[in-house]
Design a protein around this ligand. Structure first.
Ligand code: ATP
Length: 234
């Protein structure tokens, strides 16, 4: 099997409005793939299609060779695909540790558990009994990331981890990525900061108006290629 997950001619709709127009993406196991593009380009819709929040035809998405398009979100998590949603979406009435434990409700065998997470983000252990709402934005993002890891996914989808966070906090969150990928986890990041996306990833897909406008190995792409693909031809 060459690709862990593959989308082929992926189209997605909100009612009559089409948001994705034939997107082909292939994730290689153990790599970080960055998805970039302007507001409304379809990045979130792409992630939601994979996680079952936007219904798409079965054959449009294959995971380990199996068609998974249109499966219910809970089944997608059971198969090992977890998402860190945009805006974090923590359970406000629960403590930090309870939020993390919610991620373990669908638990697969694997390396991640509370102890491991606390090793990666020690601040979360210090605040484990605090209400999640009392944490800073960056700490809440760590909880959201940790909650997704608690299911021991083989694919982790991250929607705009850096949204609304200070640069130093963003660096702290992304510093966790090598630990996360060390044991073969495959990661997709949707990221507004193009420079950062290119830096932390092995491959980049740029979306424009619901289509892939550029795809390549992160180390090979030039700034000019990316800005052309991002903003389109003048
Ligand atoms: P952003 O960076 O703003 O989140 P994005 O690249 O993630 O942008 P999407 O949110 O996937 O883009 O949006 C793609 C298209 O689908 C846009 O035209 C958007 O207006 C439309 N869209 C997104 N969500 C819905 C929805 N719930 N109902 C109708 N149209 C939607």
């Amino acid at each position: 099997m060459s690709h862990l997950l593959e989308t082929t001619g992926l189209q997605a709709f909100y009612g009559d409005a089409q948001a994705l127009f034939g997107v082909d993406v292939a994730l290689r196991a153990g790599e970080i793939t960055a998805v970039i593009g302007a507001n409304g380009a379809g990045k979130s819709t792409f992630l939601k299609s994979i996680t079952g929040l936007v219904r798409v035809p079965g054959e449009a998405i294959r995971h380990k060779g199996d068609p998974i398009g249109g499966l219910p979100p809970a089944e997608i998590v059971r198969r090992g695909i977890a998402m860190v949603p945009e805006g974090r979406r923590l359970f406000p009435s629960l403590s930090v540790e309870e939020n993390l434990q919610m991620g373990a409700l669908t638990r697969r065998p694997g390396p991640w558990n509370l102890q491991r997470l606390y090793g990666m983000f020690p601040i979360l252990e210090q605040k484990k009994r605090a209400p999640s709402t009392s944490l800073s934005g960056g700490q809440q993002q760590m909880v959201a990331l940790g909650r997704a890891l608690m299911s021991n996914p083989d694919i982790l989808l991250c929607d705009e981890l850096s949204l609304g966070l200070a640069p130093i906090v963003i660096r702290e969150i992304y510093a966790a990525m090598p630990t996360i990928t060390a044991e073969g986890m495959t990661v997709v990041i949707v990221e507004q900061d193009v420079g950062l996306a290119q830096q932390v990833s092995q491959q980049v897909y740029c979306f424009q108006e619901g289509q892939v406008s550029l795809q390549g190995r992160s180390a090979d792409l030039t700034r000019e290629q990316i800005s052309q693909a991002y903003f389109g031809a003048e």
